[in-house]
Design a protein around this ligand. Structure first.
Ligand code: CAO
Length: 536
């Protein structure tokens, strides 16, 4: 067996620069361990060890250009015990596309299941393409469905499908081959790797509001969306996973900001700079630092010392929400303003409408009315229907309202689009459908995207007030609790019983002032007290 380790078949790629070398002379490697990373203008490819061995010498250095057959390094005989049977020619590079759009000729890319977190043996539920199809970068290739989420795997590159390696029903994990793509002369915008759409909308990561964030929730959590989008090759991704490092937070020092193995190492030792540079640090006091949260480490307690315990892993959705909630809580200066709406007249109207609509099967709770009231109020106070973009406010001329839905796997925030154009029964129907999809773990990423304002209703359960966390990049959220009968008096002498709906509006103090928030609540409550105000 030759001791020369050569560049395997990398399609039509030639003269591809070596951008990283993962081993040094004397290292012992196992079959499939990454040896070097190559980067064309179209894709980043890790070349794995075709067999186990000890590295005798390295024949290339970073910056050298290589093609199929170029010698990369020499192994010393069969020094290490080969593990996985991996004949030399079987080792193929795994592809992950760089984030910048380019258009250039390429070769034959193997598209594999990207980093999908802890999911394993996930069934393929749909194959969107057939051999001969032309696909553009980001076109969905297959859909996977775990018990928690549906994930589309998009094409990392434009090209023509040469061969498909999976069928509906097959079970796949990270690295499983999906198909091969001839990418000659393909143009388009290869973007952030096939991993982008992983994890049931990691892209559109649900950021459900929560009543009581616990500081523990994400001290070590990985933001899966940011991880998927980080600019790093497969080996570095794997390495980051092993170290529990959130790639989204690591600043890459490689070409074009690519994250190198050393960056992950430095970061995990606590010396890395954060890539996220959240608004929190921008907003932090300039003098004397203070940008970082100089907190004590989270207490490590052996709970079993005090009594029997059971360990239960957080669901994937909970982990994703935890990371998002924590970021939102830390970054956004929240204030919550409480108020109440008099729904004494609205409630009998709702009951009457439900009687009239009985045959239609649609049941209307208070929430669809609140959605209408929200739109009417957002139109009057447009800065609440906006997002911060650097130093500018993006005011949206559409009204897509999200609602927090309690599901067995955690909170999700489906979004009802164009609430201004829909009737209350339409909204109620759509809400029921979306809530069911959320509970069945079948919400698609686009059904959680584009929200401009969120309502979190605990009205069906109880409570009086709470402090919802803003669903970034939105700037406010309405929390609603259970209505109750309360005595009201306008003159302090006589009183009447009124059905009262408690409202809790959390708002981003960078965008909204307290007076505006109080006015928003008053208007919202007035609309609910008399829905005719929607017309004004
Ligand atoms: N006051 C009094 N009763 C209310 C009410 C309110 N504000 N809101 C709803 N109700 C009643 C409904 O009318 C319904 O009564 P009936 O069973 O007699 O018809 C009952 O409570 C249950 O309502 P619901 O919760 O099924 O319906 P909804 O439209 O109000 O809410 C949904 C739908 C999906 C938002 C809800 O099921 C849900 O998941 N809520 C939890 C959201 C959540 O967890 N938020 C907190 C996030 S912070 O961590």
């Amino acid at each position: 067996m030759s001791n020369d380790i050569k560049v395997p078949d990398i399609g039509d790629f030639t003269d591809v620069p070596v951008i990283e070398i993962f081993v040094k002379p004397g290292d012992t490697v196992k079959a499939e361990d990454p040896l070097v990373s190559l980067e064309s203008d179209k894709a980043t490819m890790d070349v794995p060890a075709p067999r186990g061995g000890k590295v005798k010498s390295i024949a290339v250095k970073v910056g050298d250009k290589v093609s199929e057959g170029s010698v990369l390094m020499v192994f010393e005989g069969d020094a290490a015990a080969p593990t996985a049977a991996a004949p030399a020619e079987a080792a193929k590079p795994s592809v992950s596309a760089p984030p910048s759009p380019v258009s250039a000729p390429a070769g034959l890319a193997e598209v594999r299941v990207p980093d999908i977190g802890d999911f394993k043996d996930v069934p393929v539920i749909e194959v969107f393409v057939k051999v001969g199809d032309t696909v553009k970068a980001e076109d969905p290739l297959v859909s996977l469905e775990s018990d928690k989420a549906t994930m589309d795997v998009p094409a990392p590159l434009s090209g023509v499908v040469r061969a498909i390696s999976v069928n509906v029903g097959d079970k796949v994990s990270e690295g499983s081959m999906i198909l091969s793509l001839a990418t000659g002369q393909a143009t388009g915008a290869p973007t952030a790797a096939a991993a982008v759409a992983a994890a049931g909308g990691a892209q559109a990561t649900p950021t459900p509001p929560a009543a009581a964030p616990t500081a523990a929730s994400s001290s070590g959590a990985i933001d899966e969306a940011a991880f998927a989008l980080a600019y790093a090759g497969p080996a570095v991704r794997k390495f980051a996973r092993e170290r529990g490092v959130d790639l989204g937070k690591v600043k890459g020092t490689g070409a074009h900001g690519r994250i190198l193995r050393e960056d992950v190492e430095t970061f995990s030792k606590g010396g890395g700079s954060s890539a996220s540079a959240p608004a929190a640090s921008k907003a932090a006091p300039a003098a004397g630092g203070g940008a970082g949260l100089d907190l004590l480490p989270w207490p490590k307690v052996d709970f079993a010392k005090f009594g029997p315990v059971e360990r239960k892993e957080l669901s994937r959705i909970k982990k994703i929400s935890a990371a998002n909630l924590h970021r939102n809580w830390v970054v956004i200066p929240h204030v919550t303003t409480h108020d109440e709406a008099d729904i004494t007249d609205l409630e009998p109207f709702r009951v009457q409408m439900n009687k009239e609509l009985e045959k239609s099967g649609v049941k209307i709770s208070m929430l669809p009315f609140m959605m209408k009231a929200a739109v009417a109020t957002l139109k009057k106070f447009p800065e609440f229907n906006a997002s911060l973009d650097g130093d500018a406010l993006v005011l949206k001329n559409y009204w897509h309202i999200g609602f927090a839905a309690d599901t067995p796997n955690g909170l999700m925030v489906p979004v009802i689009r164009d609430v201004d154009k829909k009737t209350v029964p339409d909204i109620a129907k759509e809400m029921g459908e979306l809530a069911k999809l959320a509970r069945d773990g079948k919400l698609k990423p686009d059904q959680m995207q584009g929200g401009t304002f969120t309502i979190s209703s605990l009205g069906g359960i109880g409570g009086i007030y709470f402090t919802p966390i803003i669903n970034a990049p939105e700037v406010s959220i309405m929390g609603v609790c259970k209505s109750y009968w309360k005595q009201h008096s306008s003159d302090g002498k006589s009183a009447t019983w009124r059905l009262t709906l408690p409202l809790s509006l959390s708002w981003d103090h960078r965008v909204i002032d307290g007076a505006a928030a109080a006015r928003f609540n008053v208007h919202f409550a007035n609309v609910l007290a008399d829905l005719r105000r929607v017309l004004f």
